[in-house]
Design a protein around this ligand. Structure first.
Ligand SMILES: Cc1ncc(COP(=O)(O)O)c(C=O)c1O
Length: 390
């Protein structure tokens, strides 16, 4: 054995994910895991059947790098049906989940030294992949409690080295759904500075009340500069299948594919026709999921409020953020250790989704409500029974 650190420098600060860390803590402490965002229940049986049939029919070898034609066509129909976007197969590439799409977009579009404007708090793979690409993060902060951003902050973050705006709506972890005004501001900056927008829209179907998801690619002059990322994981509750896709203008999609070819090349042969079937025929599933999640959001928000936390009600996704200061805690990480030990419930400290040293998220915690009702109730029963004060 050697004492030398043999890991590459590009892994500095991004060696593990907070989700793996907190899920391990949940197992170790026998906790209810309200941390990692995976649903308790699988997606529709009909979709599972199509995957079985595909496996039995021998669809078990490498699918095309661009994606199985049925899935590419189903993505094209989905974008037309929901957003009125007219795409062809030159506009779509299938990826190993949104995670690979994010990686391939950043590796395929960012050169070392290029600046990437990213809204914080941000999903943790953004930091890793900007770093792997040699890019420089320029954060714009979404501020509690409504998590809108200040357009002046966006203007200030853009320099002559900016290459790309990395957007996520509906937004994880805050649950903020960017409205048309905010997206117009993003589009205005992108057009004026000739920037590419990469937008992660994996929660596109999971919005609540009257908050509708607007893809930034549908705004005037934006399609030709936007890479839109989505995935079947959240929409159809098949997070483990890792079927995602990218859509956009041919040159940007080709750049993403150019990087993706050297990551997985392709994956998920029998799952691709299954997700094609889901996109074409199982819209009722995500509509039902949306309604169910809205009830669970209401339940969990009320319950967390009753535990003494300050709740920021989400407009979409399946996460709710709470401020733990009211219970006398200044540090979310320490609070998560307290809930794991005293209540045996695990959540995620939001501070890891902010730039190092940022005070913005230090006292914020994310809870997932994509869980069975009895799991949520058991989590709340435990939180109520424990003394959570600092
Ligand atoms: C904002 C966001 N992007 C991407 C992903 C990853 O998507 P996938 O599982 O399709 O790789 C997640 C999963 O939690 C997410 O929350």
């Amino acid at each position: 054995m050697t004492d030398r650190n043999r890991a590459a420098r590009r892994l500095e600060g991004v060696g593990s994910t907070i989700f793996a860390e907190m899920s391990a803590l949940a197992v170790r402490t026998g906790s209810v895991n309200l941390g990692q965002g995976f649903p308790d229940l699988s997606g529709p049986d009909t979709v599972v059947e199509v995957a079985y049939d595909a496996m039995r029919a021998g669809r078990n070898q490498y699918p095309p790098g661009r994606g199985t034609p049925e899935l590419v066509d189903a993505v094209i129909r989905h974008q037309q049906r929901h957003y009125g976007l007219d795409l062809t197969s030159d506009n779509v590439v299938v990826t190993t989940g949104a995670t690979e799409a994010i990686a391939a977009a950043l590796l395929g579009l960012v050169d070392p030294g290029d600046e990437v404007v990213v809204w914080e708090p941000y999903y943790d793979s953004y930091r890793a992949m900007i770093q792997f690409a040699g890019g420089v993060r320029r954060p714009v902060t979404l501020r509690a409690p409504d998590y809108r951003f200040d357009v002046a902050d966006l203007e200030a973050a853009v320099t002559d080295r900016t290459k790309l705006l990395l957007l996520n709506t509906p937004h994880n972890p805050t649950g903020h759904v960017f409205d048309r005004d905010e997206l117009e501001a993003v589009a205005d900056v992108a057009r004026r500075h000739d920037l590419v927008v990469v937008t992660d829209e994996v929660y596109e179907h999971l919005t609540f009340d009257d908050h509708a998801h607007v893809p930034v690619a549908t705004l005037p002059g934006m399609f030709e500069r936007t890479v839109t990322i989505s995935s079947s994981g959240k929409t159809f509750s098949f997070t483990g299948w890792k079927i995602g896709w990218v859509s956009g203008p041919p040159d940007l999609v080709a750049a993403v594919e150019g990087a993706k070819n050297w990551l997985s090349y392709s994956s998920g042969a029998p799952f691709q026709p299954a997700i094609a079937h889901a996109l074409d025929h199982e819209g009722a599933f995500h509509e039902g999921l949306r309604k169910d999640l809205q009830h669970k959001r209401d339940y969990l928000c009320d319950a967390l409020d009753s535990v003494g936390l300050d709740v920021h009600v989400p407009q979409g996704t399946y996460f709710v953020t709470t401020d733990v200061s009211a219970l006398g805690h200044a540090d979310g990480k320490a609070f998560c250790a307290v809930t794991a030990e005293r209540a045996r419930v695990v959540a995620i400290p939001n501070q890891v989704f902010y730039e190092d040293g940022s005070a913005e998220g230090r006292h914020l915690i994310r809870w997932a409500f994509c869980k069975e009702q009895d799991v949520l109730e058991e989590g709340i029963r435990r939180l109520r029974a424990a003394d959570l004060r600092a």
